[in-house]
Ligand binder design. Structure first.
Ligand code: 2BA
Length: 108
């Protein structure tokens, strides 16, 4: 058994959730915040059989868009010389996905 942790843009969260649920996956959605942009995003926990991992990732990928976002000017600046090496825009997403082994799973 595996656990997928998938971090998704809030704007895609509804479609990802619906796509996974319609395909029979059990899903928990947690409200989270990206450490870099400090914007809200959504983290999905999906417990599933090993052979279903690729199918779940395909669904997450289908509904997760890449977006260009501006970096707020006050992120991490300590000195003017540092500012010039800092990105002004970043590409966010589609999704960031981790697949973890599950030692034990029980629904009590
Ligand atoms: P954030 O941390 O807000 O990052 C938003 C985007 O900013 C990232 O998009 C990446 O393009 C850029 N970025 C992040 N940290 C950076 C840094 N130190 N220097 C320069 N650019 C940086 P994504 O890579 O698509 O990540 C989207 C969100 O997924 C992240 O939001 C974070 O919440 C999560 N995430 C991504 N990689 C992660 C990781 N290895 N561990 C935990 N969470 C991760």
């Amino acid at each position: 058994m595996k656990l997928i942790l998938a971090i998704v843009n809030n704007d895609d969260a509804h479609s990802v959730n619906a796509g996974l649920s319609k395909s029979g996956f059990f899903v928990t959605k947690i409200s989270s915040t990206g450490g870099f942009l400090m914007n809200g995003n959504s983290t999905f926990l999906i417990g599933l059989n090993d052979e279903d991992v690729d199918h779940a990732i395909e669904i997450i990928s289908r509904f997760s868009q890449k977006r260009i976002q501006s970096v707020p000017m006050d992120i991490g600046y300590t000195a003017p010389s540092y500012a010039s090496s800092f990105p002004t825009e970043v590409t966010v997403g589609g999704a960031t996905v981790f697949v973890l082994n599950v030692e034990r799973y029980e629904r009590l």
